[in-house]
Design a protein around this ligand. Structure first.
Ligand code: UD1
Length: 378
């Protein structure tokens, strides 16, 4: 199978959708995945991937990215690598520091070590990066103009002042779309490891002439998001809360904004990046360019579920959280021809249709207690 595409993390949320997209294009697909119990609590392969394995359309390797022989076997005959396998809990990364660095940074380093030193057929590498590397998104002061915000200080947050202020005059700043040129200010171990993955891949790709693209995903949501994983994104968490007749818990005041992007647009970006030679050596924002507040998101989800349960503003904040980050997607538009297709309302009903079919055990309370015990929510 000289033209095999390897998707690491291919049994996961993003990976499994990408596998479907690749199979639709008639590609030969191999999946490397450890079937992490935090993501796959039953310990078995999700049915949507199992079906492809049973019909022989996907070759499955169950293994650990920290293991060199696993990588060697997985890379055999591979033309394209999409590296999605990662530990992904931001809060969890702040107390499982070594594990996050080993899986994300060291796991990627082993892949690159093999590409640099051993015979292979890899012609393209796409690595999953994250908006988390930016820290706080771009900001503009109405008086002084654009500036690069620092992480908000504890003393400010303790006073319940959550907004970003101009460092020169103290005025309330306005969020602005964040371009790839904004200097990274990672505020969690997870974010540091994502920046590492991106920089390591682009550096080795450049040095050994392997066209490499880093896709900086914004807040991805959609069917197959791990509802039982308490460290998943807010859309999955709120859906799971409402499905269990619990009120979604809002940190800060609910006016913090994110750029929520539907999973099918992430698949689209990967397929475009695979085919696009101009993307080599670049890091590209993959978002929608549209901000949505956390309170608005809770409203959209409740509406789609037909629930009248209102969210609860808990009067706490999460350590290391940012206030606003929305993508400037000009570069992805120009280089890849990327155009997000799914409006939030449609995407949320798609998520909710799927959530309804799940027996989501609400583990958010457990996770919230765990973060509190470690002093990560205040
Ligand atoms: C973080 C990462 C991002 C990663 C995502 C999912 C950062 C800056 N970004 O995004 O790379 O893809 O996690 O792992 O590190 N919230 C609530 N109630 C909840 C849960 C969350 O109000 O029950 C709020 C958070 O305080 C935050 C917002 O919702 O303000 C978004 O949180 P989350 O979905 O965890 O994503 P990010 O922190 O943006």
């Amino acid at each position: 199978m000289a033209s095999t595409i390897l998707v690491t993390g291919g049994a996961g949320f993003i990976g499994s959708h990408l596998v479907d997209g690749l199979l639709e294009r008639g590609e030969a697909v191999r999946v490397l995945d450890i079937l992490d119990p935090q993501v796959h609590p039953s310990g078995s392969l999700p049915s949507y991937i199992q079906g492809h394995v049973d019909t022989g359309r996907v070759e499955l390797h169950v293994g650990d990215v920290r293991d060199r022989p696993t990588w060697r076997k997985a890379l055999d005959g591979v033309r394209v690598v999409v590296h999605l396998a990662a530990a992904v809990g931001v809060g969890q990364s702040m107390y499982e520091v070594a594990r996050y660095v080993e899986i994300n940074t060291q796991g990627t380093a082993i892949l690159l070590d093999i590409l640099a030193n051993e015979a292979h057929r890899v012609e393209k590498l796409i690595v999953a990066s994250s908006m988390s590397i930016y820290g706080e998104g771009s900001s503009t002061c109405p008086e002084c103009g654009p500036f690069v915000p620092e992480i908000r200080e504890e003393k400010q947050l303790q006073k319940g002042d959550y907004e970003v202020h101009c460092p020169s005059c103290g005025s309330l700043a306005n969020p602005a779309p964040t371009p790839e040129t904004k200097p990274p200010v990672p505020t969690s171990v997870y974010a540091v490891s994502k920046r590492d993955q991106e920089e390591l891949c682009l550096t080795i790709g450049r040095a050994y002439d392997i066209p490499t693209v880093a896709l900086r995903y914004f807040n991805v949501y959609g069917p197959r998001q791990a509802l039982t994983n308490p460290y998943a994104g807010v859309a999955a968490i709120f859906s799971s809360r409402l499905l269990n007749n619990n009120s979604p818990l809002i940190f800060e005041d609910g006016d913090q904004t994110r750029d929520f992007i539907h999973i099918s647009d992430i698949v689209q970006a990967n397929l475009l990046a695979m085919d696009c030679s101009e993307a080599a050596g670049q890091a590209l924002n993959i978002g929608t360019g549209r901000p949505t507040s956390v309170a608005q998101l809770a409203g959209h989800i409740a509406q789609a579920l037909g629930s009248d349960i209102a969210p609860t503003v808990v009067g706490k904040y999460r350590s290391g959280d940012i206030r606003h980050c929305v993508a400037d997607i000009s570069r992805a538009r120009e280089v890849l021809g990327f155009e997000p297709r799914v409006p939030l309302a449609n995407g949320v009903s798609d998520l909710v249709d799927w959530v309804r079919q799940q027996e989501a055990e609400d583990r958010v309370d457990i996770a919230a207690r765990e973060l509190e015990q470690k002093g990560l929510t205040r």
